[in-house]
Design a protein around this ligand. Structure first.
Ligand SMILES: [Zn+2]
Length: 239
């Protein structure tokens, strides 16, 4: 289709396009759910559903993307990125406890100089963004999907880590309450709604909030306007 975006196909892996051994990926890693849920009950709150439900366990379907990835992308191709994220999360939790400065990464130009481990943690966020886009039948960002499975080193992800204010408030109210959530997908438009500036999401766990996003250049916007009009119109109605 385009240079930047492709179509998603429900029967294909969102990351590599394979049709074999497809399965659903966690929206919030099972290890995060397990390590940050101190009580037995996992209340599952969906803003589009009026009543909160209780998830049976970290394996609950409620925590999975509808869109699929193949076995290879779910294991060997993303394992390093998953581990790099776990290590990063651990490091950030330590900083939070020691009240140290967290993280703000807005300098894309610095990425080639970063260590392989530093790049890998961004691949984890790239995978989440691709899957969030697939879940709403949005466009498939080809280079970002390739970056997520380490097929290229062009990091497009911008990231900020801060203390999760909602979690803080919940804890002040009751120590048994904690916030584990994701931000789904948000498209940020310019003032006149003629251009998409960025595609964004977030992840909250353990008192930390990760905001991650990609900025869209002119060519990406042209493709969206030519091939993805309906998707853009739908996104505008949710502003
Ligand atoms: Zn795959």
């Amino acid at each position: 289709m385009g240079v930047v975006f492709d179509r998603f196909a429900a029967n294909k892996c969102c990351l590599c396009g394979s049709t074999e051994d497809l399965s659903g990926e966690h929206k919030i890693k099972a290890s995060l759910i397990r390590s940050h849920s101190r009580t037995k009950e996992l209340g599952f709150v969906n803003p589009t559903v009026p009543k909160p439900t209780i998830a049976q366990s970290a394996k609950s379907k409620a925590f999975h993307f509808k869109s699929k990835i193949c076995k290879q992308c779910n294991s060997e191709r993303t394992q390093k990125a998953d581990r790099a994220f776990d290590a990063f999360h651990h490091e950030m939790l330590g900083k939070l406890q020691r009240r140290e400065k967290l993280w703000l990464y807005e300098q894309q130009e610095l990425v080639p100089a970063a260590s392989p481990d530093e790049i890998d943690r961004f691949r984890y966020f790239a995978k989440l963004l691709v899957l969030f886009l697939a879940d709403v039948q949005g466009p498939r960002p080809k280079s970002i999907a390739a970056f997520a499975i380490a097929a290229n080193d062009q990091n497009p992800i911008l990231l900020s880590v801060a203390e999760d204010e909602l979690h803080k408030k919940l804890q002040e109210y009751d120590k048994e309450l904690y916030n584990l959530s994701h931000g789904g997908l948000t498209l940020r438009f310019n003032r006149s709604l003629t251009r998409v500036l960025s595609m964004e999401s977030s992840l909250s766990a353990g008192g930390l909030r990760y905001d991650f996003w990609i900025n869209l250049k002119l060519i990406a916007n042209l493709e969206l306007q030519i091939f993805w009009r309906d998707f853009l119109e739908k996104a505008k109605t949710k502003i």
